[in-house]
Ligand binder design. Structure first.
Ligand code: NAP
Length: 263
């Protein structure tokens, strides 16, 4: 397993507001074991959501679950390799059985693959990158659309990347998969525009995680923003009051505008 660039020790203690913006909302977060997904899970928990946490690394999910419960929050663990697609269908059935709805879906789990010339990409790794970054998210859409429609205000957020819309040499399968994810999600958002479900993408920009360290090994992680800095934008898109649909929230531009505003 890759070392986590955002260990639990650097996060602020978790305080739960049971009347927060996401109070009582049922939220499934993929890739919750570390990095951006873990930080989003902690912020959603702080806002009162009931979390369903998934990733492959059971120990990391248990640690997060312990922290959330100790703070008085609620979470359910569902450790899985999501590329074993049937597990997604089983998760859908279990969530229906228990909650009869899903309020928030965060499709965050992703893999970078190996950066390098397209012509040299390893075929097996190419398939793995597309499996995690595209097909898993389609299987989530397939399994969870009915449950999101059962919510009074279903919200779905998928995590994209600048690499998916601005060509950058050597980003290979990662760039192509994020471009595919973007069009898939925008297509789905258009399909459901006349429902109460709201579907958006979020581009976090460079964020201090294991994936970022793998992509830019020479970079000083201290110069890159932490995942905690961006989680409020996920909360906005997850809120029942959010009216946006079919948009790509560009976090770097929002943060730059905020910084300018405070100077
Ligand atoms: N960090 C950045 O600068 C940046 C920039 C733009 C976009 N993004 C996007 O942000 C998202 C989160 O990335 P991150 O930076 O937080 O990366 P990360 O620290 O590497 O986390 C990736 C997460 O995905 C999970 N995952 C990977 N393969 C999986 C599988 N087969 N089944 C289930 N879970 C799986 C990992 O959990 P396990 O290993 O425990 O399964 C982990 O929780 C990704 O979609 C990434 O493309 C990141």
């Amino acid at each position: 397993m890759m070392a986590d660039a955002t260990p639990a020790s650097v996060s602020r203690p978790l305080t739960i507001n049971p009347d927060g913006r996401l109070a009582g909302r049922i939220a499934l977060i993929t890739g919750a074991s570390r990095g951006i997904g873990r930080a989003v899970a902690r912020h959603f928990a702080a806002e009162g959501a009931h979390l369903i946490l998934t990733a492959r690394t059971q120990g990391a999910l248990e640690e997060l679950d312990d922290e959330i419960r100790a703070a008085g929050g609620q979470s359910t663990l569902s450790p899985a390799d999501l590329t074993e697609y049937d597990t997604i269908d089983r998760m859908g059935a279990a969530i229906f059985e228990r909650f009869k709805r899903l309020d928030i879906l965060v499709g965050n789990a992703g893999v970078l693959g190996t950066l390098g010339p397209l012509a040299h990409a390893d075929p097996q790794e190419w398939d793995e990158v597309f499996a995690v970054n595209v097909t898993v998210n389609w299987r989530l859409i397939r399994s969870f659309e009915p449950l999101l429609r059962m919510s009074d205000a279903g919200r779905a957020i998928f995590v994209t990347s600048t690499a998916g819309h601005r060509p950058r040499a050597f980003f290979s399968a990662y760039a192509a998969s994020k471009a595919a994810l973007r069009m898939m999600v925008l297509t789905w958002a258009d399909e459901l525009k006349n429902t109460s479900v709201r579907i958006n993408l979020l581009n976090p920009g460079g964020t201090r995680t294991a994936m970022r360290s793998k992509a830019f090994p020479g970079e000083d992680p201290e110069t890159i923003k932490t995942p905690e800095k961006i989680t409020k934008y996920f909360v906005e898109l997850a809120d029942a009051a959010c009216a946006r649909n079919g948009e790509i929230v560009e976090v770097p531009a929002l943060l730059a505008a905020e910084e300018k505003g405070t100077k």
